[in-house]
Design a protein around this ligand. Structure first.
Ligand SMILES: Cc1cc2nc3c(=O)[nH]c(=O)nc-3n(C[C@H](O)[C@H](O)[C@H](O)COP(=O)(O)OP(=O)(O)OC[C@H]3O[C@@H](n4cnc5c(N)ncnc54)[C@H](O)[C@@H]3O)c2cc1C
Length: 494
């Protein structure tokens, strides 16, 4: 990823271009709570239990020195990234793009080819690691050259039948083989989506039954294996309003096939010494996803380190309570437990479902409460790690959450090279935070979705949603990149 030598005239032209790149208003510095200083966001309301005792002035991550921050990143990559993120920040363009992708035009072969070709050369290349394992391997090597690791995520979303579940399982197994074949320091995890190895329809049925069993412990689930607690006192139950029918013989058989697939993946990963991350999805099916993750985590782990990490979505009101209960139960069983901590990516569908059923949203009432919950869950896991138990992947683009966790880890004396604490950002997002944490000595991964353009479309649409708007997640990154581009052009032309 060395810088290319470009003649001064080109640099002069590019300099002018770079100034135009970021049309966003200058982003005010972020305050301690994770919001931008002068926006109309309400004043922080940290609960006493959510206070994180670190000095906000202490600079653990240095964003001021952009030269150091983007060391090893080529100028062409910076320009491409800035352009793509700039495009994604234009709301009308994102709306139009999403409308086109969902329109009947996509059934017209020529139109579809043109659109997918455009998406491939822009958003896909920016946010995805390649179409197959060969291309992913190359992306991992490039990341490794700048001291970032890869989390390999086969970008398939939902499987529709046993045949497609088997196909996904085979790709997960091949992905684990690829991870093993690459230098061990270059891959942190293989990501598994339970919806790719067990159909969402069955996961929904299982979730309903698991919820009903929680309400009525006499309700018998003959298929249920040993697992960790899936619900807390505060967990919502509106998804299951009437007693569900038991699983049919066919459904039980499909469920067994789902278990078999996950077990095959776990056995392979244990044999290859490759760790697994299980993604979280929406609450209608999340109890079944947690059930799969926890029952496999009980069976497959290393002596004192988890093989498999589940995911907690801090935007859910019951997330912290659920995490604590599951962690405690695992501890009692002597099972090392790892969590990936995210805020959550299904906000609009969660809100829509709850309101359509006439219930309150399961998501915190304000973004500030989500920030507090995330930071408080991170703090709790860091304390656990410092006390010798648990492991966490802090998956976030939020600068303040990154700073707070990094400061806290240092204060607690957690070794920066410890496998128990890792940071992660999505490929193509929050480059400033990834490089800042890397420069501070922490272990940082990029989450690398791969697969053909059509398969990763739902993922790309979620990224477009997240990056839209001038004050979106990417605004701070665009500002840092712009600053570095101008600095490089100044150096080249002076
Ligand atoms: C490595 C990695 C893996 C991921 N894996 C998953 C996964 O398995 N499952 C999953 O769901 N997501 C996953 N995500 C996406 C993640 O959940 C977030 O969508 C994304 O990272 C943005 O959150 P943030 O922490 O970066 O913070 P920010 O960008 O600061 O926070 C934005 C988030 O805050 C929340 N929010 C916004 N407005 C409100 C409001 N009014 N009230 C309450 N909450 C609000 C939303 O969750 C929103 O995405 C992953 C992200 C990363 C980096």
């Amino acid at each position: 990823m060395a810088n290319k030598v470009v003649c001064p005239k080109v640099f002069r032209d590019l300099r002018r271009f770079a100034r135009c790149l970021n049309t966003a208003p200058t982003v005010p510095p972020m305050n301690f709570t994770g919001n931008y200083g002068s926006t109309n966001v309400t004043t922080p309301t940290l609960q006493p239990t959510d206070q994180i005792l670190v000095n906000p002035e202490k600079k653990v991550i240095n964003f001021d020195d952009v030269k150091e921050l983007f060391t090893g990143v080529s100028t062409s990559r910076l320009i491409r990234s800035s352009l793509t993120l700039q495009m994604a920040s234009i709301e009308s363009m994102v709306d139009l793009g999403i409308w086109v992708m969902n329109s009947k035009f996509m059934h017209m072969p020529i139109f579809k080819e043109v659109i997918l070709g455009f998406v491939k050369r822009t958003f896909y290349e920016h946010f995805c690691a390649g179409k197959d394992l060969i291309e992913v391997g190359k992306t991992v090597s490039k990341l490794s050259s700048v001291d970032l690791k890869g989390m390999l995520d086969y970008g398939v979303e939902h499987a529709m039948d046993n045949e497609s579940c088997d196909q996904s399982m085979n790709v997960f197994l091949q992905t684990a083989e690829l991870a093993k074949s690459l230098p061990s320091s270059s891959v942190s995890f293989v990501v598994v989506k339970i919806t790719a190895i067990c159909t969402p329809k069955l996961l929904k049925r299982m979730s309903d039954l698991l919820r009903w069993e929680q309400k009525d412990p006499s309700f018998n689930l003959p298929w249920k294996q040993k697992t960790l607690p899936l619900f807390a006192e505060s967990s919502p139950f509106y998804h299951t309003l009437k007693r569900p029918e038991p699983l049919t013989i066919e459904e039980e058989r499909d469920l067994q096939l789902g278990h078999d697939r996950l077990e095959k993946i776990c056995k392979k990963c244990l044999e290859l010494d490759v760790e697994l991350l299980i993604d979280a999805e929406d609450t209608a099916i999340q109890p079944a996803i947690d059930y799969f993750a926890y029952s496999a985590a009980i069976k497959y782990h290393k002596d004192d380190h988890p093989l498999l990490f589940g995911t907690i979505q801090a935007y859910l009101k019951d997330s912290k309570e659920r995490m604590i209960i599951a962690k405690k139960a695992a501890e009692k069983m002597g099972v090392p437990m790892g969590f990936k901590l995210v805020r959550g990516a299904y906000m609009s569908s969660e809100n829509q479902l709850a309101s359509s059923l006439g219930f309150q949203s399961p998501i915190h009432d304000s973004i500030q409460q989500t920030h507090n919950c995330y930071n408080s869950c991170a703090e709790l896991m860091l304390d656990e790690i410092a006390n010798g138990s648990g492991a966490v992947v802090l998956a976030t683009h939020n600068i303040e959450s990154g700073k707070l966790a990094a400061s806290r880890a240092i204060d607690l004396g957690i070794r920066k090279d410890s496998k128990k604490l890792q940071f992660a950002q999505l490929y193509g997002m929050a480059e400033g935070l990834s490089f800042g944490l890397r420069n501070a000595g922490f272990q940082v991964s990029k989450y690398l979705p791969f697969g053909p353009v059509e398969k990763v479309m739902p993922y790309l649409i979620r990224r477009a949603e997240e990056n839209r708007g001038l004050l979106s997640t990417s605004a701070f990154d665009r500002q840092l990149m712009r600053k570095e581009l101008i600095r490089r052009f100044d150096v080249a032309t002076s």
